[in-house]
Write a protein that binds this ligand. Structure first.
Ligand code: KG4
Ligand code: ZN
Length: 335
């Protein structure tokens, strides 16, 4: 079965053709980073307009890369939630239109569940239940996953998402956008014990997250207590690398500790990771160590499948199709 997936929930316009939920026949991702970089974050209106301009070309490229005609597509999958409303609407409208024209089923997909499914594109035989951690620019959520399609949220961020914290700290340090990959790279030459930034664990056994205090802490450390004045002395490149490494370690500590806590609380058989921050090299390295310590497998998609892509959407759609979970054409986009 060939499914055409469409993903426009944030600032990547992506389309992919996936066979039987596993084989990525084609995958096209157009990043809008260059459009948003000057603002230090995603501007929703600009994102929506850019999706509108590129969606048809991206779908055509996915089809031609796959060497398939539209008429050979068996179903259309699209992310309808969560995301930026203007961005979601472009993908959902394109998908509904294709379904009407081709008379094929529509599968509306949850973006976070698709991030988790990215693991199933690369790993066969994941044993359930698992704890799934989705860490992206908009979300930091722990799920109890009972199958590829059944995910119950256990905890989430009460303020900033982990990726958002990376992006904002990068902006504070004057490093650029998107901040995650930049900090990840810079942190490799920094001392992660140089600065002790706070780790927010919230109440005992809480599976919720908070990163805004950490971000403010970096701001005060970098600029001094009065944020309206600039720092008296420009920090050296080494000091900036040390701050980046120390900040990253604080984020990773909390993500790991809460994921391990959840895995023990729910006595699961594995841990799966997804979302852009799952591409972080320090997080991946620490998780491999943890996997050995606690004796259960940890799955991480390869970095290109961590960030937003339509292959994970088309993959999950196949499982939903098999379960008969098909959407009506009036399905809404939910931000
Ligand atoms: O999943 P994603 O592509 O989009 C959303 O659904 O939000 O995640 C994007 C986020 C951005 O905040 C970006 O800075 C972060 O993922 N990110 C990383 C890395 N690569 C991307 N964060 C930390 N380390 C990375 N290597
Ligand atoms: Zn995402």
């Amino acid at each position: 079965m060939l499914i055409l997936g469409i993903e426009t929930s944030c600032d990547e316009t992506s389309a992919a053709v996936v066979k039987d939920g596993r084989e990525i026949v084609s995958s096209i991702i157009l990043s809008q980073d260059a459009l948003h970089r000057q603002f230090g974050g995603v501007v929703p209106e600009i994102a929506c307009r850019a999706h509108l301009e590129s969606i048809i070309g991206i779908v055509n490229n996915a089809l031609s890369d796959a060497k398939v005609q539209l008429a050979e597509i068996d179903a259309i999958a699209v992310v309808n939630s969560p995301g930026l409303i203007g961005s979601l609407l472009i993908g959902v409208t394109a998908a509904k239109t294709l379904c009407m024209v081709l008379d094929v089923p529509l599968l509306a997909i949850n973006h976070l569940h698709a991030h988790i499914y990215a693991n199933n594109l690369e790993h066969e035989n994941i044993l359930y239940p698992t704890i799934s951690l989705v860490v992206s620019g908009g979300h930091t959520t722990l799920f109890l996953s009972e199958s590829e399609t059944k995910h119950t949220p256990l905890g989430w961020t009460i303020d900033d998402a982990a990726g958002e914290a990376f992006d904002k700290v990068s902006k504070i340090l004057g490093l650029g956008y998107p901040g995650g990959p930049i900090i990840d790279k810079l942190a490799r030459c920094g001392n992660r014990r140089a600065v002790t930034f706070p780790r927010a664990y919230l109440e005992k056994d809480s599976l919720d997250f908070s990163f805004s205090g950490l971000k403010t802490s970096v701001l005060y450390y970098y600029r001094g207590q009065d944020v309206r004045t600039s720092r008296s002395k420009t920090p050296s490149d080494q000091e900036v690398a040390d701050i980046a490494a120390s900040f990253q370690e604080a984020v990773v500590d909390v993500l790991i500790d809460k994921t391990v806590l959840a895995s023990k609380m729910y006595n699961v058989r594995g841990i799966t990771l997804g979302g852009g921050v799952a591409a972080n090299s320090r997080l991946r390295q620490r998780l491999q160590e943890v996997s050995k310590e606690i004796g259960i497998p940890v799955y991480c998609p390869s970095p290109k499948l961590c960030t937003d892509n339509a292959a994970m959407v088309a993959g999950l759609a196949y499982k939903k199709y098999l379960e008969g979970d098909i959407s009506l054409l009036d399905v809404e986009s939910i931000p």
